[in-house]
Design a protein around this ligand. Sequence first.
Ligand code: CIR
Length: 267
Amino acid sequence: MSTFAAPAHVLVRGVADSFTRCLTTRPGPLDLVAARAEHAGYVDMLRELGLTVETISPDDACPDSCFVEDTAVITGRHAVLTRPGAESRRAEVAAVGGALSAHRSVHEMRAPATLDGGDVLRVGARLFVGLSRRTNREGADFLAQVAALDGLEVTTLAVPSGLHLKSACTVASATTLVYAPSVLAPDALDALRAASLTCVPAREPEGGNVLALGDVVLVSADAPRTADSLAALGLTIRPIRATALHAADGGLTCLSLRIPREGAWTV
Ligand code: CIR
């Protein structure tokens, strides 16, 4: 199996002027200025870690367009352009496809399939795909066909609550999963444990979505005790401010699309 490594190149998309109209399950107003500052901090961190960051211009017609992870899944030499589960997000895909086609062979998902990249958790040569309010069986099947071209297998997991599979759990290293115990379904946790992952409970709700970039793990500054748990395992933690992005149901993975290095896998 290929090794786990930080990507060399990532795609991000700026925060649209219309950010305050993002979809969200949380109460309260959204703060455009704070979200832009947090997004800028996230991009600065990626650059500080040595990654090449390619920025797609925001689209004010697409309030959620900064959550670029949901629009594509890179499987290796191939990538799926998704058909997001929320109708209001489908117009985000074209611009991402334009940028991604310079890097990978892209395959466009068609109706009735739907899938959000936030439902796709990569662990080595396996993609765990959450069947959620946004991702359906047809979406998982289409991804499985493309993933097979890169030698990956798909396992579906039920996501009965929360937005996406990766809202509830993410890998913090090649062998470590962090998960929100109140959100991740017990069956899903069993399946992930069976994949030889050490499963660490997040100690705050925002701790279930971390971004592992090789040996460095970005953790929301709103999840300091989760950060302590991961640090105690020997992982190198970088806190990231993301409160205004969380208010729009965004996590740390959803703000970028990571392009793996040749012969390596990445989240
Ligand atoms: C949405 O509801 O689609 C956005 N407001 C948040 C998407 C977050 N995406 C992700 O965590 N992968």
